[in-house]
Design a protein around this ligand. Sequence first.
Ligand code: ADP
Ligand code: GLC
Length: 491
Amino acid sequence: MNILMVASECVPFVKVGGLADVVGTLPKYLKELGHNVKIILPKYKSIDGKKYNLQTLPFRLNVQVGKSTQSFRIKYCKTKDKIEVYFIENMHFFNRIGVYGNAGLDYSDNKERYIFFCRAVLESVKALMFRPDIIHCNDWQTGLIPAYLKTNLKNDGFFWSTSCVFTIHNIAYQGQFSASTIEEAGFSWEDFTPDKLEYYNSVNFMKCGIAMADAVSTVSPTYAKEIKEFNGRGMEGVLNSRHDEIYGILNGIDYDYWNPLTDKYIAANYDKNKLNNKKLCKKDLQKKCGFKVSDNMHLFGCVSRLDNQKGFDIIIDALYSLKDCDMQFVILGSGDNEIRDKLKKAALNMPKKVAVFFDYDEKLAHKIYAGCDSYMMPSRFEPCGLSQMIALAYGTIPIVNRTGGLADTIEYYNHFTKEGNGFVFNITYGENFVQTVLKSDKIFKNKQNWNTLMLNALNSNFSWDKSIFKYEKMYNNLVVNKLKETIFSRS
Ligand code: ADP
Ligand code: GLC
């Protein structure tokens, strides 16, 4: 199959959160199954052309955004797994410091930026003469692509065999703009109807993706259920109208990259046979944080976008409630300024117990995953979550709220049966994070139990091996349906 993966983030080129990990990893597994996969991304300023040896294709293309004609070039490289990656280069929209915004504020022209990107992607595949069987779109930034394919381009012969998948990584970000977006994006007012592009008299890119794609997926089975039932942020109606076509496919992580045995960023390498070396990583992290170096201190970590989604209000309250316990807390994050200020205040108040780093720092992230005993993820909602899976890969024990992908991956440790890989509480049932932390601390103090728990974590497996077949099956169904449609329409 020819598969085009379209997204606004992808490792190693540009990453804000887990979307980048997924888009950077999934194609590798699809390629292993024999598919011809290409990735297409915006060429942000932060993507270093020299580092990735980007080549520029010898032509320019144009697309219309509102009244302006935007010209662009296509850059190109191959990943170490020999996957072709194309970059849409337009100075006006993408040659900026941030990805979606700067200094905690979204760019005011994100609507125009991603109208441009969607149109440019569709022009580019034609220019590249790459006829995709599947265009796989991810999140609202790509939501207009299925809409163009079902409206303006529905009779375009180039796309006769193309089906479109839309994956929801986070329904909380929707890209909702005024009705006049119809004209700016070049759609016809005839398509401004509730079953197509209209959403409460506005244009919502997420809704367009959900309503117009041939199949819709999201990143865990529990989140698929939640967004249809109660957490769809206004999308419940359109999701339920496509009820049987919404797939919940759990993300995986790349165990070649997240591997404590080969990780070059951590103080000592380890695996389940050399678990003592994890203590050296803890020591190194305690020093970096300016904490007392002691294996008896229970060290908690968190690496995250600073966003209310992640339950930072819960974490901040816990820092104060637990200040007299033998516990230390290290947090690495970037994003919301209000959360940053509150964390800064806690660290200033309790410098020996709380360390915070406000940056995007890949190296420090690895040190935290490896050096901590426990990982805090009391997310209020979590479509999938990769951080808890990464923590497990490093033998670091997640403490999570039972929601979305966290519910699908973390099982409460039972010290009688010795089963389970973490600690789970349920905000909806009024269960409490601090109480759960205290329960985990009791297990931590029993070294034999903790050791069993670390081994359970290290033995947890969330690789792409299973999920990849679910994606392949979804694509196959679409290809077969498309063929049937074509045969029937011709007969
Ligand atoms: P989300 O996609 O909602 O941000 P995930 O748990 O799916 O949450 O993925 C987050 C990814 O981003 C993980 O790989 C995590 O390590 C990484 N990450 C988040 N914030 C930072 C940061 N400040 N520095 C380095 N890595 C980060
Ligand atoms: C989103 C979600 C996160 C998920 C990631 C990758 O950013 O917030 O839960 O793991 O996408 O799908």
